[in-house]
Design a protein around this ligand. Structure first.
Ligand code: NAD
Length: 251
């Protein structure tokens, strides 16, 4: 086995997962716990967040649920402070908190709707990286992954969502180069269609019937979590500033 730079020996590292109460965030939080990480779940869904935390404890790890609205910088900072107090370290950040917002033609969207989607999907990611990265720099190692979306390439009926994901793509590209020399890597994942609570109630029967990829099926949240776990691990020694497609298709 070559001596890979930044392949720090696996330790009991600590993670923060925004949006970890359910869906992709929950799957990532559990996958991280399976690898021996302690996890703080930052979410606005208290019952489900506590449930995820319980599942993590059942895996033998420490877990905290912190009620956190990611749009509020001070709440994100409080969550990071709570994790530092409990775990004495923060090495891993997964940002899965997000909303789809109103699906409607652009002329039916409002500035209020736009601001709300941007506040969660973009500002929330920004706040989380700002609060967590200083601790990773202090520790000389850090891994961050945010869930973006192929909608960043353009989605006429989801303009606020598409813009938020495009901006997050740019954030990942920018931060991916910012701290890599210090051992802090920042990446993203673009899932395809995952039948989570975010999309199922909103999808038309046509959407539900068509997984929209050559594989011919939707992905499970765990399939996205598997890739996230790799990017967030010591096994990721040379990938930063990238957005991985987990879409069951090329592109
Ligand atoms: N499901 C898909 O097909 C799909 C595809 C591409 C991208 N994504 C992205 O993946 C991420 C996770 O989505 P999901 O499908 O698991 O949806 P989900 O609705 O199941 O989970 C989203 C989580 O974010 C939390 N959240 C929402 N607003 C918040 C806020 N202000 N503060 C803190 N937490 C908040 C919710 O409570 C929830 O737990 C989102 O960013 C989404 O855009 C999902």
């Amino acid at each position: 086995m070559p001596n890979l730079r930044f392949a720090a020996p696996k330790e009991r590292r600590a993670a923060i997962v925004t949006g970890g109460a359910r869906g992709l965030g929950r799957a990532i939080a559990i996958r991280l716990a399976e690898e021996g990480r302690d996890v703080l779940i930052a979410d606005v869904l208290e019952d489900q967040g506590r449930q995820t935390a319980k599942e993590i404890v059942a895996l033998g790890q420490r877990a905290i649920f912190a009620f956190t609205d990611v749009t509020v910088e001070s709440e994100v900072q409080d969550a990071v402070d709570t994790a530092m107090t409990a775990f004495k370290r923060i090495d891993i950040l997964a940002c899965a908190a997000g909303v789809l917002g109103l699906e409607a033609p652009f002329h039916e969207q409002s500035a209020q709707q736009f601001n709300r989607v941007l506040a969660i999907n973009l500002n929330g990611v920004y706040h989380a990286h700002q609060a967590a990265i200083p601790h990773m720099r202090s520790g000389g190692w850090g891994r961050c992954v945010t869930i973006t979306s192929g909608a960043r390439n353009g989605a006429p009926n989801q303009v606020p969502y598409a813009v938020s994901k495009g901006a997050v793509f740019s954030l990942i590209k920018s931060l991916g180069n910012a701290y890599s020399k210090e051992g802090v890597f920042v990446n993203g994942i673009e899932p395809g269609r995952v039948l989570t609570d975010m999309v199922v109630p909103r999808f038309s029967p046509e959407h539900i019937a068509d997984p929209g990829n050559p594989l011919g099926r939707y992905s499970d949240p765990e399939e996205v979590a598997e890739v996230a776990e790799l990017l967030l691990s010591e096994r990721n020694t040379y990938t930063t500033g990238s957005v991985w497609s987990v879409k069951g298709a090329t592109g």
